[in-house]
Design a protein around this ligand. Sequence first.
Ligand code: NAG
Ligand code: NAG
Ligand code: NAG
Ligand code: NAG
Ligand code: NAG
Ligand code: NAG
Ligand code: NAG
Length: 482
Amino acid sequence: MHLPSLSLSLTALAIASPSAAYPHFGSSQPVLHSNSDTTQSRADAIKAAFSHAWDGYLQYAFPHDELHPVSNGYGDSRNGWGASAVDALSTAVIMRNATIVNQILDHVAKIDYSKTNTTVSLFETTIRYLGGMLSGYDLLKGPVSDLVQDSSKIDVLLTQSKNLADVLKFAFDTPSGVPYNNLNITSGGNDGAKTNGLAVTGTLALEWTRLSDLTGDTTYADLSQKAESYLLNPQPKSAEPFPGLVGSNINISNGQFTDAQVSWNGGDDSYYEYLIKMYVYDPKRFGLYKDRWVAAAQSTMQHLASHPSSRPDLTFLASYNNGTLGLSSQHLTCFDGGSFLLGGTVLNRTDFINFGLDLVSGCHDTYNSTLTGIGPESFSWDTSDIPSSQQSLYEKAGFYITSGAYILRPEVIESFYYAWRVTGQETVSLSPHSIRSIVTNNILVPGLDLERIQRRQRLLPHQLRIFRSDRRERGQRRQSIR
Ligand SMILES: *[C@@H]1O[C@H](CO)[C@@H](O)[C@H](O)[C@H]1NC(C)=O
Ligand SMILES: *[C@@H]1O[C@H](CO)[C@@H](O)[C@H](O)[C@H]1NC(C)=O
Ligand SMILES: *[C@@H]1O[C@H](CO)[C@@H](O)[C@H](O)[C@H]1NC(C)=O
Ligand SMILES: *[C@@H]1O[C@H](CO)[C@@H](O)[C@H](O)[C@H]1NC(C)=O
Ligand SMILES: *[C@@H]1O[C@H](CO)[C@@H](O)[C@H](O)[C@H]1NC(C)=O
Ligand SMILES: *[C@@H]1O[C@H](CO)[C@@H](O)[C@H](O)[C@H]1NC(C)=O
Ligand SMILES: *[C@@H]1O[C@H](CO)[C@@H](O)[C@H](O)[C@H]1NC(C)=O
């Protein structure tokens, strides 16, 4: 495929008018099945972009973890088991591309999850491999069951999920049941850490519980929920400075928190995300998770909502530690609006929905205030520390950039999507300018504009990464993000 048509269709994607329907959560009408021409052309553009990325990955990197798009090389940053393929399975299923789905299923059948040359992250391996296989399995056994004829190929997803979890489960074999995150699966060893992070501990229960529910073997649910139990009932009490908002690190030997640093940023983020998603998964069993999310959400509105002095109309989330607010945030944190919108919708709480929309708008402003139209990796509104070169940006935009990197963060897109599902409005969406910047930046050649790229077709086959495959660092330890 050639870039001109891709860029045109992506532009159409961003500027076309909203579909007539006002979709809401729980609506029985799947959005992408709308008859509207616009909706169809957007879906086609996204499918074409996905195919384009898949073809580049297949040609240059498969079955390694990821494509290095400038060199046509590859990397194995996620255990060398073909992370991009496994992680992309559910996307390929939703797009109904049987060719790609079958390629991925054939690959999954061949993975030996007991062998790797690298340290294995329990968290990353859970969200990408286990999550990829289980969501693919659920879709192919459920709403998309007509896509793959040979049901034994689908069953392999569950067998391999169990194989993988059986390799990983020794991680939980600690005095408290709080797992080690960094594992040597060859030796059954770990990195000797004394603590584990809030997000990496609290972003396991959905996948591990689903595996138990599908296999009937409660081991996996029990292990992940035992670890989570220390987060739901934090000790000591001082680790919960506001109801529901908890510290950042947990002692592996006794399950006690070792600090009371509160945030929704990387390192903490998906603990809060999974609380409400567990409730959505099964309201009967996970009412406590919902109660903890509600407490955290209310405390967040009360104590962490923050408005830049130069732009009091914007809402960002501050962090909190021992009486002090930290006035900075991250691209990763932009899942927060979506989390409030999801919780507000399923719990019928207008206050959460309105606050969620404020957070989504704040993140949208970090996009539409920059030259590229892309939001920064991290930003601040702490007036005691503004670099003089960014004083005017702060006055105008309400934030200044503390890291200008862009590494394909999907969090903000999930939040934009939820905002659209809830309101039916496209007030927040990626502008054509943002999309052009993303496509341009993604081939990592600074200073090239789109027209120049179009003349350099040889760069094209591998410029786009596969959606979701770069969700790296989500939940990574706070220290390594700073
Ligand atoms: C599926 O993906 C392949 C590989 O990118 C592409 O050639 C094909 O056109 C796609 N099929 C459909 C039905 O979209
Ligand atoms: C481990 O490294 C060896 C030697 O480089 C390679 O042949 C093998 O495929 C690697 N295994 C995995 C699972 O990456
Ligand atoms: C894991 O342990 C084995 C056996 O002790 C060792 O050979 C290997 O180098 C270790 N792997 C990593 C990634 O540290
Ligand atoms: C973890 O708890 C143990 C007591 O079970 C204690 O000896 C150790 O110092 C604690 N470690 C940290 C990092 O707080
Ligand atoms: C919290 O701050 C107070 C001073 O305001 C200090 O005395 C105390 O040691 C701090 N506590 C922690 C856990 O850092
Ligand atoms: C949602 O809450 C509003 C008032 O807060 C109430 O009028 C409405 O009936 C509720 N809807 C549901 C489905 O519970
Ligand atoms: C950015 O988007 C917001 C809506 O989220 C809009 O109100 C604002 O005017 C836009 N700002 C710019 C500079 O385009």
